[in-house]
Design a protein around this ligand. Structure first.
Ligand SMILES: Cc1cc2nc3c(=O)[nH]c(=O)nc-3n(C[C@H](O)[C@H](O)[C@H](O)COP(=O)(O)OP(=O)(O)OC[C@H]3O[C@@H](n4cnc5c(N)ncnc54)[C@H](O)[C@@H]3O)c2cc1C
Length: 279
């Protein structure tokens, strides 16, 4: 299928983009990599009268590294992160996550800002960047905001962004040295969205567990964290069966989904125990 007719705009500055967004309001859509928006338009599930392509805005492709983290321009592609063309302050977690997104052709065009704005809980960035407590910076004709990813994501395809608000950057905090991470994606086959996506971060006795694809937004598994924290020495002896009940309580899932999420969490936890290799 083909999209409904639209007027194409390709501004070169953030100011020009936000002014177009204000001018056209709900009739306009931002186009970044197009890897989610264009299929939706082709299926006529969205019929914006104006498309504001942000890929010619140089500022959105830049990055800045500081002592506390990295600020990535919103149009940084999954490929840039996967291939190490931008700095990584997460001890390899971001490149590993990027590598698992779709296929290479999708990673060449899809962007970190577009993935967050799309807010699909089975996608990599919403869960990984929630776990890392990343923050987005936005711009609009009325000014800018700083929104933690955990507050940005409000539901399936729903965010805290106003229609005329553009994500300009994503700020990722530096993981403390010695942090061990595990990420496990369950998908029917490589290149597909996750059916379960577990992220575990361990630093000393501190453990954080996040899960995507279980609800409409990524969730933190606090009950499971407590179960593991109560075990002396962490979780080496825990089996999937030990986790099923508490993961079920954390997610509200039952039956097959509960088993699937418990297995993903178990594998992410196991990956944190292998310091030099991650699943
Ligand atoms: C076959 C296929 C498989 C895929 N598999 C995976 C997968 O396994 N894991 C995964 O994570 N993703 C997957 N994706 C999605 C892919 O990662 C997309 O790149 C991503 O979801 C959207 O990024 P984009 O830059 O292409 O955004 P676009 O498609 O251009 O835009 C998506 C939405 O975000 C809005 N938007 C874009 N940029 C901004 C911005 N800077 N500020 C505000 N709003 C903005 C757009 O208006 C639109 O509503 C897959 C896609 C396809 C087609």
């Amino acid at each position: 299928m083909k999209p409904a007719p639209f007027t194409y705009h390709r501004p070169h500055t953030v100011e020009a983009a936000t002014s177009l967004l204000r001018e056209h309001g709900d009739d306009a859509k931002i186009l970044a990599g197009g890897q989610s928006l264009l299929p939706i338009m082709n299926m006529r599930l969205a019929e914006p009268a104006h498309l504001v392509d942000i890929t010619a805005i140089g500022e959105l492709r830049q990055h800045t590294e500081t002592a506390t983290g990295v600020r990535y321009g919103a149009a940084t592609t999954h490929m840039h992160i996967e291939d190490g063309l931008v700095p990584d302050v997460t001890l390899g977690l971001l490149p590993h996550a990027a590598h698992g997104i779709g296929y290479r052709a999708i990673r060449n065009r899809g962007t970190i800002g577009g993935s967050l704005a799309h807010s699909d809980s089975s996608a990599e960035w919403p869960t990984v960047l929630s776990a890392l407590d990343a923050v987005v910076h936005t711009a609009s004709a009325d000014g800018g905001r700083r929104i933690p990813v955990r507050e940005l994501l409000r539901g399936f395809f729903t965010t805290a962004l106003d229609p005329a608000e553009l994500i300009v950057a994503v700020e990722v905090p530096r993981l403390p040295e010695g942090t061990r991470w595990g990420l496990y994606k369950m998908a029917r086959k490589p290149g597909e969205f996750a059916e379960s996506l577990a992220v575990a971060l361990r630093h000393g006795d501190e453990l954080q567990l996040w899960l995507g694809a279980a609800r409409d937004v990524p969730i933190r598994l606090t009950g499971t964290e407590n179960l593991i924290g109560d075990r002396a020495g962490g979780s080496p002896d825990l089996s999937v069966a030990d986790l099923v009940e508490t993961v079920g309580a954390d997610t509200g899932a039952d039956g097959h989904s509960r088993q699937l999420h418990a297995a993903a969490v178990h594998r992410a936890l196991r990956a944190t125990e292998r310091q030099d290799s991650h699943v």
